[in-house]
Ligand binder design. Structure first.
Ligand code: CAA
Length: 378
């Protein structure tokens, strides 16, 4: 058993850290305040090869897997979680899905454009009535000559406004039980009949755009079906196993940022004649934060490694997401507590980390959904 990062994992970590320090961290607070989508940062990330990380080499990507993705996403999210979620969805829910389940023609059509960032990916599963109960989607796909016509509303779509390509799940057979008649389609944002609906005003991740996507009789050719007709829900859940590694990595990144900020503040701020970290109450908080960060990272790396070996890792992915997101939220609460009143203001980044942390327990399967998945697999 080997716990050190291999040389190539170290290289990914170092280049992602260098990019995050240079191009993300200095702008994250401003973008959050202005709710400004980080277009330039995403493009720069693409130029650094981060958007093509999970795209096979023959299509212009790095051909790497979940473990490399986890190491990279930790770094990006430690600096700017809005950029982090945009890239997580792109690499783990869109590129990986196409690389694993797409036909060679569909891969050739889209993967090169996803790798260069010409198209940024979005994942359209959720609908107003289909959140945790993802099988209850109602977006309808009607058979027409040469393809399908999609009509419905998708909600809470990360990168909805600025994406170029979407994975859309729609009902192709409504006469079977929920989940058994769903198909996955690749839909270009520029197709006739696709429009952006309500834009969400969010507590955190304010620089990432989260919108409704409205599909009004959108023609999608047969060649854009991913996998088989009526087998899309299993693809959705399999892809979400990998997506959960991405969100768990985001939680680790935010958690680490909370720890680093707290160590710094507690060593500089003095009360009662000594730095805060000389008080046992504060140093114990830091000790717990650091221990839980390590535990979360180990769970995430194990899940990523298992998936990279081609093994079914549904339970391990959910364990990683469950533990990492809860530990991250606890770390964010403690980080604000250590900073005191200062942590409650925008002068310190922990205020943003606290808001960004909340969503890690909600999207890509809320905490109780992870417990359902784990308990079903015991
Ligand atoms: N991989 C492959 N197949 C799987 C699977 C997996 N991980 N998990 C289950 N399946 C199979 C099952 O074996 C079953 O197959 P059969 O029909 O042949 O028996 C089928 O898929 C349906 O599975 P379930 O019966 O378990 O389905 P369910 O309706 O009970 O739902 C659930 C299970 C776990 C609750 C699921 O609905 C779920 O994960 N909900 C959460 C939704 C979610 O995570 N949404 C995220 C939206 S995307 C997002 O947030 C991205 C973003 O923008 C940040």
């Amino acid at each position: 058993m080997e716990f050190d990062l291999s040389e190539d994992l170290e290289m990914i970590r170092d280049s992602a850290r260098e990019f995050a320090d240079r191009s993300l961290r200095p702008h994250a607070a401003r973008r959050d305040a202005e709710e400004k989508f980080p277009t330039e940062a995403i493009q720069e990330a693409a130029e650094n090869g981060f958007l093509g990380l999970t795209v096979p080499e023959e299509f212009g990507g790095a051909g790497l897997g979940n473990l490399h993705g986890a190491v990279m996403l930790e770094e990006l999210n430690a600096a700017d979680a809005s950029v982090g979620v945009t890239i997580s969805v792109h690499i783990s829910l869109v590129c990986s899905l196409l690389a694993k389940h797409g036909t060679p023609e569909l891969q050739a059509k889209y993967l090169p454009r996803l790798a260069t960032g010409e198209m940024v990916g979005a994942y359209c599963l959720t609908e107003p009535q289909a959140g945790s109960d993802a099988a209850s989607v109602r977006t309808a796909a009607k058979r027409v000559d040469g393809g399908w016509e999609l009509t419905g509303t998708k909600s809470w779509i990360t990168t909805g406004e600025t994406c170029g390509l979407m994975v859309v799940y729609a009902v192709t057979d409504s006469n079977v039980k929920p989940g058994s008649g769903i198909t996955a389609f690749m839909v270009e944002r520029s197709y006739d009949g696709v429009s952006v609906g309500k834009k969400e005003e969010k507590l955190g991740l304010r620089a990432s755009s989260t919108t409704e996507i409205i599909l009004d009789g959108v023609f999608v050719p047969d060649e854009n079906i991913v996998g088989e007709v009526n087998r899309g829900f299993k693809i959705a859940l399999d892809t979400l196993d990998g997506g959960r590694i991405g969100i768990a990595s985001q939680a680790i990144g935010i958690h680490r940022a909370c720890l680093e900020a707290s160590i710094k503040y507690a060593s500089e701020r003095e009360q009662f004649g000594k730095p805060l970290d000389r008080f046992q109450a504060v140093s114990f908080m830091l000790a717990d934060m650091a221990t839980e960060l390590d535990a979360a990272r180990l769970l995430v790396h194990r899940a990523a490694w298992l998936r990279d070996q081609g093994k079914v890792a549904t339970k391990e992915c959910s364990m990683a997401k469950l533990f990492a997101s809860r530990a991250c939220n606890k770390a964010a609460i403690d980080a604000v507590q250590i900073h005191g009143g200062a942590g409650y203001t925008k002068e310190f980044d922990v205020e943003r980390y606290y808001r960004d942390a909340r969503i890690t327990e909600i999207y890509e399967g809320a905490t109780d959904i992870q417990r359902i998945v784990i308990s079903r697999n015991l």
